[in-house]
Design a protein around this ligand. Structure first.
Ligand SMILES: Nc1ncnc2c1ncn2[C@@H]1O[C@H](COP(=O)(O)OP(=O)(O)OP(=O)(O)O)[C@@H](O)[C@H]1O
Length: 259
């Protein structure tokens, strides 16, 4: 059976800081158009993995292929072209506080595209609409936004260049459960309509149940378990058992079964 090649292929990845090894010969595949949830204990290396894939942290060993390109074999131009094919939502939203919402969303366009202000405005409004915000919200400054709106703007900015992959680092952290649920639904809808691949670091069990197709658990520097929620519920790995079959996990699993 021939399988579609992964969108992200990580092999034998070793990343560390000083004497600390964070990722220790890690392998991972992210499949086309899936939402992969990456979980693990605090400090397990989830954000480090995300940042290494997008090239912000150097590797000690191993290879990373994104969209069929080996990151060690691309030149500067190819690298820039590749970077335009992914969008990133960082943990804190990381909006520029002195720019309006619209200008924040236009930032990647300004950096990468040679187009008129008018076209950029139209594109920014389209992205804002995609994430459920109005043109009027575009004139606000980040300090005037709620937590949920900030995440939506950061997502609109991540989508600015119509990426094929979106990396999300804890997209629902700091949101109340209802806003977090809305955000999960938004990610799911976007993935279905735009067919993007989503790499999502999360602590949020609800997100894992409601938004993710598959889950990868990081422990001891590796992917210790991977698969659907049902695979997680049957896993015998101690951390996975504690997380998914612990008190909170069980109540979600019961709810899932009775739906
Ligand atoms: N720039 C850095 N310099 C030194 N150590 C770092 C750096 N970035 C991360 N680390 C260390 O790498 C380890 C993994 O960090 P990482 O942020 O990936 O954890 P995480 O799994 O995302 O945790 P959390 O769920 O708490 O966000 C931690 O021990 C952290 O202190």
């Amino acid at each position: 059976m021939s399988e579609t090649p992964p969108v992200i292929k990580v092999r034998d990845l070793v990343v560390g800081f000083g004497t600390q090894t964070v990722l220790d010969h890690l392998d991972m595949d992210v499949r086309p158009s899936e939402i992969l949830g990456v979980v693990g204990a605090s400090g397990a290396g989830k954000s480090v993995l995300l940042r290494t894939i997008i090239g912000l942290i150097p590797r000690r060993e191993g290879s990373i292929e994104v969209l069929g390109k080996d990151l060690d074999r691309v030149d500067e131009n190819e690298r820039r072209a590749l970077e335009r094919r992914w969008g990133v939502l960082f943990q804190q939203g990381a909006l520029f506080s002195s720019l309006t919402v619209k200008q924040n969303v236009q930032f990647p366009m300004r950096e990468n595209l040679d187009i008129s202000q008018r076209l950029m405005d139209e594109m920014a409004y389209a992205k804002l609409e995609l994430v459920g915000l109005s043109p009027r919200d575009g004139e606000k400054f980040p300090s005037e936004l709620s937590g949920g709106m900030t995440k939506r703007v950061a997502l609109a900015r991540a989508l600015a260049l119509d990426p094929e992959i979106v990396f999300l680092d804890e997209p629902t952290s700091g949101l109340d459960p209802i806003s977090a649920g809305d955000f999960d639904e938004l990610i799911r809808t976007l993935q279905q309509t735009l067919e993007i691949t989503v790499f999502m670091v999360t602590h949020d069990l609800e997100s894992l149940y409601n938004a993710c197709d598959r889950i990868a658990v990081l422990a001891d520097g590796k992917v210790a378990a991977e698969g659907t929620i049902s695979v997680m519920l049957e896993s015998q790995h101690p951390w996975v058992k504690m997380y998914f079959q612990g008190k909170r996990g069980s109540s979600l699993a019961d709810r899932e079964l009775t739906q």
